[in-house]
Design a protein. Structure first.
Length: 76
């Protein structure tokens, strides 16, 4: 398996969210679990620009896709 290009911390920074380990853990605990069948980018807590970034990067299987998948798993 390839090593992710970006870290979870860099994803949170890209989304304009606090990106330290404690803040990331708190975010995940606060927002999980997402309902079965809900796509990550459809979650109601994202801003439109955050949701668009997550959707586009995942669909394009861009450099961010692996860490977005990781966040998706953490939130489900």
């Amino acid at each position: 398996m390839e090593k992710p290009v970006h870290s979870m911390s860099s994803l949170f920074a890209q989304l304009g969210l606090p990106s330290d380990a404690i803040s990331i853990g708190q975010f995940i605990e606060t927002h999980r679990p997402l309902p079965d069948g809900m796509r990550l980018a459809e979650a109601p807590f994202w801003t439109p620009s955050q949701a668009s970034f997550l959707r586009e990067e995942w669909v394009e299987d861009a450099d961010w896709a692996m860490v977005i998948d990781e966040l998706n798993a953490e939130l489900h």
